[in-house]
Write a protein that binds this ligand. Structure first.
Ligand code: MG
Length: 158
């Protein structure tokens, strides 16, 4: 059996916060606002995985109202979610992602981001892909006040 999952997320960009994508910190003027570390890509990937098997969503597993997740490392949340999915016998086939932000450019960090996600998901780096897009000056992404991420994943059950 195979199952597909979709995840999306958006975070406000503000000064004084770190900009982290898939566990990789990227130098930037503004960073992601969030009750966790704000890693928008990790959140989208986590929701894609959970959605694929109908296990709920990231907000249900890790409620923002729960102080346990305040300033949490989002890659750790992804790891916890994936471990639960793996425990049911599911295996990751591949994951494909889009990150939309005006700045910074993520291409120089793509390889590192793919490797970081692949490590947590137990797949080779080529099973994870991340594309960077700008907002062409349009909307909150284009104005540089938001970063958005989408992810689709394919899970396989033997
Ligand atoms: Mg989020």
């Amino acid at each position: 059996m195979i199952r597909v999952g979709l995840g999306e997320d958006m975070h406000r960009l503000v000064q004084g916060r770190r900009f982290i994508l898939g566990g990789v910190e990227i130098p930037a003027e503004r960073g992601e606002l969030g009750c966790s570390d704000g890693d928008v890509l990790a959140h989208a990937v986590t929701d894609a995985l959970l959605g694929a098997i109908g296990m709920g969503d990231i907000g249900e597993l890790f409620p923002p109202s729960d102080d346990a997740w305040k300033d949490a490392d989002s890659m750790n949340l992804l790891r916890i979610a994936f471990n639960r999915i793996q425990a049911l016998g599911w295996r990751m086939v591949n994951i494909d992602c889009v990150v939309k932000c005006e700045k910074p450019h993520i291409l120089p960090y793509r390889r590192q981001i793919c490797e970081s996600l692949a490590t947590v998901l137990g797949v080779p780096p080529e099973a994870v892909f991340v594309k960077g897009k700008t907002g062409e000056g349009l909307g909150p992404v284009g104005e540089g006040i938001a970063v958005q991420a989408s992810a689709v994943c394919l899970l396989e059950w033997p």
